[in-house]
Ligand binder design. Structure first.
Ligand code: ZN
Length: 256
């Protein structure tokens, strides 16, 4: 049996604690959920919106302009590079040193050469990998197939080559990346307005975007569209990230 003063103290203490919990619940329900339920804290977090800007087919004379824009907005992108215009190769080094990620695209980017055989593709990949190593001092295991992994052009040169290459290269630790949205600049005749509109249309409702763009010779409209798109995506709450080992590949259905 508790003595009376002690009983009062204990009762007051209990009432105080209950009042505290009640108040906390009233003003800080989400906080309490986060503290007492791990699951609830996961559910209550708004989904993070992530945008991976990717540029294929460079470097070219358009690459320094793209780099300047990325720098201005303090964001980074991933460049899948070629050896098609070696005069601009030093922009691979500059892009890398400014915090962007460099992946392998193709040395020649000639479909009829690289998709002729597995060995032809692997030789082209090795040459691009060496070019990147030369410019950055680092080897990369990230690559993107010319035409994407779903391309059917390769079928004309070598049936099942993409299926075989994905198996072989994945087993060697390489990771390939496709995309789930594009600004449409694969067609170099489109103007910047059209590119902006297509990119906004294709990203509508997506929380995670792997955006295909190009910084090759014919892609100046992409440079013009880029600041408009970056600002639009920022307004929509996207954060810009670069591809790293382990980033989801946004893989297409392999058709060959
Ligand atoms: Zn390409």
């Amino acid at each position: 049996m508790l003595k009376k003063p002690l009983l009062i103290k204990v009762s007051l203490c209990c009432i105080g604690f209950l009042a505290f919990v009640f108040a906390l619940n009233a003003v800080g329900g989400p906080y309490l959920n986060a503290v007492f339920s791990k699951e609830a804290s996961v559910v209550s977090q708004p989904k993070k919106k992530v945008m991976y800007l990717t540029f294929d087919d460079g470097p070219s004379q358009n690459t320094p302009e793209v780099l300047k824009i990325l720098k201005k907005y303090k964001i980074h992108a991933t460049f899948f590079v070629t050896g098609a215009e070696l005069d601009y190769a030093s922009y691979i080094k500059q892009a890398y040193e400014e915090g962007n990620v460099i992946g392998i695209h193709s040395y020649s980017h000639e479909y009829d050469e690289i998709y002729q055989s597995e060995s032809a593709y692997l030789e082209d990949l090795r040459k691009t990998s060496d070019l990147i190593l030369e410019q950055t001092g680092h080897k990369t295991n990230l690559f993107r197939f010319p035409g994407g992994s779903s391309n059917t052009v390769s079928r004309h040169y070598s049936p099942s080559i993409i299926t075989a290459l994905t198996k072989k290269l994945t087993a060697c630790g390489y990771q390939y990346y496709d995309w789930n949205a594009s600004n449409g600049d694969g067609n170099p005749n489109l103007d910047s307005n059209t590119l902006v509109n297509q990119a906004l249309r294709e990203t509508k409702g997506l929380d995670e975007v792997m955006m295909l763009m190009h910084d090759g010779t014919g892609n100046h409209a992409t440079v013009e569209a880029l600041p408009i798109l970056i600002e639009a995506f920022q307004k929509q709450g996207y954060t810009f990230e670069v591809i790293q080992t382990g980033t989801d590949g946004f893989h297409h259905h392999i058709a060959n």
